[in-house]
Design a protein around this ligand. Structure first.
Ligand code: ATP
Ligand code: MG
Ligand code: MG
Length: 353
């Protein structure tokens, strides 16, 4: 079978490798860090930096197709890799999603709703933006943020100076606070031939900026569910996308507001491992290898809960719970805020949607 090259050896790379193996593919992980979770399951691992041109070329030539588990891969590395092998999802998806300013501009150009936002590059620009966007609002670094990192909340325009200094000069955007009823996400896939398939939207609850649970079915009306799936398809087509995409949405009285998109498998799609015949990881592997997309219909109601930091110490107890599927990432060191695993609790046969 073919070899899948995966940039990044975290839990997402690990679960992609497992899905690839089930379809008879082998995987080759590229990861600068030592002992990545994916190394325990992949056939091959390259431990090198994204600046190591020779290592990048050898990696590319050893695989048939390249994908990734995170969106912050340096452009220069992508340029080198792309000389030898296709990268899916493609460069446009990465360009758009690596930068919150580009991302929101792209989404608005598609006619989708986002939080009001402004480009911030100085204290003056922040003070000016606060006059139109107001408070509460959130100052977010344009690049590299995840799990709520690189964000400062403002309750009052008087906090501008403090908030600006907390960003240490990073190019940022100011976002108006969206008064949402709930947060949902759509995990969507598009194949090499343009076919599109979406998983049922999940409802997400965050704790301390980190995803805590995803529940399916989400509490959405039929119209909201249709809107969510249609807008995800619109984004996929606009990017000529190949692979799985995560779309985070705020549900408001005035319709769905897009928070952000992730050009990869997504934590809020982990429920599909136990709720669907074909899960998001297999769907991604199918898409990037030109296979037909699989049947992602939901057969069960599921609550996915992340095991963060020492919550993983309850694993033995969870293993005893009926209807509970445990997924551990094999990370040796427990750290606060670190995603160590997740559980999918089956709460019933598919209902609701
Ligand atoms: P992720 O780990 O999902 O990539 P992130 O660091 O990119 O997270 P966001 O998704 O932008 O951060 O924000 C994290 C959470 O903060 C959101 O899921 C939401 O709960 C809240 N949030 C972010 N932006 C807004 C907003 N404009 N209005 C209201 N809540 C917001
Ligand atoms: Mg994000
Ligand atoms: Mg997010």
């Amino acid at each position: 079978g073919a070899t899948i090259g995966i940039l990044g050896g975290g839990q997402l790379g690990r679960m992609l490798s497992v899905a690839a193996a089930r379809l008879g593919f082998s995987s080759h992980i590229y990861e600068p860090g030592a002992n990545p979770p994916a190394a325990q399951v992949a056939a091959q691992v390259t431990s090198a930096d994204y600046t190591d041109e020779q290592a990048l070329r050898r990696f590319a030539r050893s695989v048939d197709v390249i994908t990734y588990e995170f969106e912050n891969i340096p452009t220069e590395a992508l340029d080198i890799l792309e000389e030898d092998r296709p990268i899916h999802p493609g460069r446009e998806a990465l360009r758009v999603s690596q930068d919150r300013l580009t991302e929101k501009t792209f989404l608005q150009a598609l006619g989708l709703k986002t939080a009001p936002f402004a480009d911030i590059d100085s204290l003056d620009s922040l003070e000016a933006a606060l006059k139109t966007i107001g408070t509460p609002s959130i100052l977010k670094s344009r690049r590299f943020g995840y799990d709520g990192k690189g964000q400062v909340r403002l309750r009052d325009p008087g906090e501008a100076k403090r908030a600006f200094s907390e960003m240490f000069g990073a190019p940022s955007i100011l976002e108006g606070f969206v008064d949402f009823q709930r947060e949902v996400s759509v995990i969507a896939a598009r194949g090499l031939n343009g076919e599109v398939a979406c998983f049922d939207p999940g409802e997400n609850v965050h704790r301390d900026g980190i995803l805590h649970t995803t529940t399916v079915p989400a509490r959405l009306s039929g119209a909201q569910r249709a809107d969510a799936v249609l807008l995800a398809g619109q984004i996929l087509n606009a990017l000529d996308y190949v692979g799985v995409l995560g779309v985070e949405l705020f549900v408001t009285g005035e319709g769905l507001v897009v928070n952000e998109i992730a050009p990869r498998v997504h934590n809020s799609g982990h429920w599909t491992q136990n709720g669907c015949t074909v899960d998001q990881f297999e769907q991604h592997i199918r898409a990037i290898t030109g296979w037909p997309l699989g049947d992602g219909r939901r057969h069960l109601d599921v609550v996915m809960e992340n095991l963060i930091g020492d919550a993983v110490e309850t694993a033995q107890d969870l293993a005893r719970e009926p209807g509970t599927a445990l997924h551990l990432y094999g990370k040796a060191e427990v750290k606060p805020g670190r995603k160590m695993g997740h559980v999918n609790r089956i709460t019933g046969p598919a209902g609701g949607s």
